[in-house]
Design a protein around this ligand. Structure first.
Ligand code: HEC
Length: 488
């Protein structure tokens, strides 16, 4: 065969290959989790020089001790060398799986694809992983104790993570026996007492219960009875017994293990005068110990007179109904497509699957381009929301197709499953399936959209700098002005 012919033959598969590669799914199966291993030498660090005192203790302070300390949410304390050293190999593994089920710290955004720009990102960097790995492989040496950073002092484990709120509202107290079926229900109305409209900047929900702080637990849920709470607010009816349906405002769900919610300066949420929370869907779960507890809602406000720039919410994505998840199979995919009817800014991504869930991706399809905005691992023990930094949040033109992809694994390798032999459709219990993005977006007027894109452009170095979340950022100005004319 001539070299030319040979090359021509090679060219054919090369042309076809990209399509095949795209269509071939990412391996999301739990059994095939590939840990991320790095070589400290690649970062100019002599692996033998990595010690607890100089390198590891600072990482633990910054990324782990808020949970791994007496009374924190984690099962063991990592406050001292003696406590940490026996766990070195497990710490190495749990941190190396990084974005997969079981990863520590629990922040599952994949770093090798999509947008890097989330609030409160406490994930570990490549070099931090490399240091942990070098240290663990080297027998977890202590180094010079004099070099250890002074211990962090934590206040009460149940303090508000966002600081003292302006307003605290309490639900009624409920009791769960040690062992009992799950309980669902509406637990009524909590008046806010507000006499004027206020916009909410952040809301944090915490459980106050009678479980002693020094009792260790192996699961996120072992310390709580409130599994989750879905709630709304609205203006109270005249007799104070319900909220008026056309005044309702929805709030992010409270779930065990979930972080607090902060709203963008441009999208504060309204809590009206004479309003109340309606705690309409509580889910309580027995934890093996009779427990009394209630929820507190800690709310901070924007200053009086504040008006949000963005008030309209974008569409929900996902498909909670039409699911057909077969037993004993990894890499099952579910897909959902939503066409954006308005320019949309995505403020937060919150993958929500159930026990079989292992990963969710969010893609934007614009014309013939397909952008992966983010892919996030999923562990049903940790229901996390990922809030985009304002200058990284996807800015999608109307007409974009938002494509959500869920990955599920129903094999015995998935420790969150009750039984890998079960078929499961959609449903509200964790043993059935859900596939929704509980994050939220806002819609923008043409003017707001252009303004946001101009800011984004100003922050980019040059035209080679590209923002996957902003497909029109570098579109010719003329295109922008045509569409603002409204004649499409
Ligand atoms: C937000 C709270 C939180 C943070 C932050 C956190 N952990 Fe955890 N960790 C937990 C909880 C809860 C568990 C038990 C449930 C689980 O494994 O998901 C756990 C489990 C673990 C385990 C497994 C223990 C076992 O029994 O096998 C290791 C190891 C671990 N964490 C290490 C770390 C390290 C190292 C960091 C920081 C780099 C960290 N964690 C950050 C809460 C946290």
């Amino acid at each position: 065969m001539t070299a030319r012919k040979f090359l021509a033959l090679l060219a054919i598969p090369t042309l076809i290959l990209p399509g095949i590669v795209l269509a071939q799914a990412h391996d999301a199966s739990v059994a095939n989790h590939q840990p991320h291993y790095y070589d400290a030498a690649d970062y100019g660090i002599d692996p033998a020089s990595v010690t607890y005192a100089d390198h590891i203790a600072p990482i633990l302070q910054e990324n782990c001790q808020q949970c791994h300390r007496p009374g924190g949410g984690g099962p063991m304390s990592f406050m001292s060398y003696a406590e940490v050293q026996p766990w070195a190999p497990v710490i190495m593994y749990r941190t190396a799986i990084r974005d997969r089920m079981g990863a520590m710290p629990p922040f599952f955004v994949e770093k090798d694809i999509g947008i890097d720009g989330f609030e409160s990102d406490y994930s570990l960097s490549d070099v931090q992983l490399a240091m942990i790995q070098a240290w663990a492989r080297n027998g977890a040496p202590r180094g010079n104790p004099d070099n250890e950073p002074s211990p962090l002092v934590f206040s009460d484990s149940n303090d508000w993570t966002l600081g003292e709120p302006d307003l605290v509202l309490a639900s009624r107290e409920m009791t769960r026996p040690a062992v009992a079926p799950d309980w669902w229900g509406d637990i009524g109305i909590v008046p806010t007492g507000l006499t004027e409209d206020r916009y909410v900047k952040s809301i944090e929900v915490r459980e106050i219960n009678d479980i002693p702080a020094d009792i260790g637990t192996n699961t996120v849920g072992g310390r709580y009875i409130w599994h989750h709470m879905t709630y709304q607010s609205g203006v109270l009816s005249e007799d104070g017994s319900y909220i008026l349906p056309d005044t309702t405002v929805s709030w992010p769900i409270h779930e065990v293990g979930r972080n607090a919610d902060t709203f963008s300066d441009k999208a504060g949420r309204l809590l009206q005068a004479n309003s109340a929370l309606h705690l309409n869907a509580a889910h309580l779960h027995a934890n093996g110990r009779e427990t009394k507890g209630n929820l507190e809602f800690g709310i901070t406000f924007f200053p009086r007179g504040y008006e949000p720039a963005y008030t309209r919410r974008g569409p929900r994505t996902g498909n909670g109904v039409d699911m057909d998840i077969v037993p004993n199979k990894a890499n099952q995919e579910v897909h959902n497509y939503v066409v954006l009817a308005e320019h949309t800014k995505i403020m937060a991504f919150e993958p929500h699957l159930h026990a079989p869930g292992v990963r969710m991706c969010l893609e934007a399809i614009w014309g013939h381009n397909q952008f992966t905005l983010n892919c996030v691992g999923y562990d049903h023990n940790w229901v996390k929301q990922y809030i985009y930094k304002d200058d990284k949040a996807p800015l999608l033109p109307k007409g974009t197709i938002l494509h959500t992809i869920g990955y599920l694994d129903t094999t015995a390798a998935n420790p969150n499953l009750a039984d890998p032999r079960n078929w499961a459709g959609g449903g509200r219990r964790s043993v059935s399936n859900m596939f929704i993005d509980l994050g939220y977006s806002v819609t923008l007027t043409e003017e707001q959209f252009q303004e946001e894109m101009a800011l984004r452009r100003a922050a980019m170095k040059d035209r080679n700098d590209y923002d996957v979340g902003c497909p029109l950022c570098w579109a010719p100005e003329t295109l922008a002005s045509t569409s603002s004319g409204g004649s499409e």
